[in-house]
Design a protein around this ligand. Structure first.
Ligand code: PAF
Length: 285
């Protein structure tokens, strides 16, 4: 496994691989790897010759310095996982390598509508940070395929839009959310949960499922009351709700009874931990 920290070394390596006509795959991460990442690595092997995993805690996508500073750092454990999964190249740049003049005045990529709604409304600037680092990694690594989890659904749609509208010759492959037996989605942020919160957290996915079942059962006609009751139930159990609503799964426009494919997006706080989750569903005629 080749661990690369510098852009000029990465560039030479990528040029060499391109000369050999190798198919390159990229899994961008912020480290603190979990089962969701491992499943992405396993999936990627079906598509590519060379797997590059990047580990970079991107300061540009955090709303505040504290959140950035306390993001879990588990590099030696991550490297063991990457080695076990036969990853070819790990790219671990320093912040100064990626943003030599700082990130505040850095050129950025922004998807105008999608990055401002829903999670973008509660976390202004977050998606600009994500799309900018992803654009940079795509330019540096020039992958043929890049792999993302569906847990960060809005992020996935935004990245797909960047690829399409900025003409990156990259295919984006997504993987459904990987869950613990309790239904809780794997996430690097689960590390912040204390024992009591860990017991409570699966209620989020349970509530998403009940809400969707009730919406389908009433053919979407009582959606507002159903969502309100679900939110009340989550609040009663100690969750603080930022987003818990249904959207058009393709456009992320607000729910309309005419939508065929919908998605319930949830972003909630349990103590000091932000949990996000989602589920798609089809409304019967
Ligand atoms: O989902 C993440 O871990 C990050 O947002 C990503 C895609 C690696 C960009 O920093």
């Amino acid at each position: 496994m080749n661990i690369i920290k510098k852009i000029n070394i990465l560039y030479k390596e990528i040029q060499l691989l391109k000369k050999k006509q190798k198919i390159i795959g990229l899994i961008p991460t912020m480290g603190n790897l979990h089962e969701g990442h491992i499943q992405l690595m396993l999936l990627s092997k079906k598509y590519i010759d060379i797997l590059v995993v990047s580990i970079f805690i991107n300061p540009m996508q955090f709303e505040n310095l504290l959140d950035f500073k306390k993001y879990p750092k588990t590099l030696s454990k991550d490297l063991k996982i990457l080695k076990k999964e036969n990853v070819d190249i790990v790219f671990i740049p320093k912040i100064s390598e990626i943003y030599p003049n700082g990130f505040k005045k850095h050129t950025y990529i922004q998807v105008p509508k999608l990055s401002k709604i829903i999670e973008g409304q509660s976390r202004p600037g977050h998606f600009i940070g994500v799309t900018t680092i992803i654009g940079k990694l795509f330019n540096l690594i020039q992958p043929n395929f890049s792999f993302f989890g569906e847990k960060d659904y809005q992020q996935l749609l935004i990245i797909k839009t960047v690829v399409k509208e900025l003409n990156y010759p990259i295919k984006i492959i997504s993987l459904p959310t990987i869950r613990l037996k309790t239904g809780l989605a794997f996430s690097s942020r689960n590390k912040y949960l204390n024992n009591l919160e860990l017991k409570k957290a699966p209620l989020l996915y349970k509530t998403i499922n009940t809400t969707i079942n009730n919406i389908i059962h009433t053919k979407g006609k009582k959606i507002n009351t159903i969502i309100l009751n679900s939110k009340k139930n989550l609040i009663k159990n100690g969750f603080l709700i930022d987003i818990f609503n249904v959207y058009n799964a393709k456009t992320l426009d607000n729910f309309s009874i005419k939508n065929k494919i919908n998605i319930l997006l949830a972003s909630v706080w349990l103590g000091k931990t932000r949990l996000i989750d989602n589920k798609k569903f089809i409304l019967p005629n």
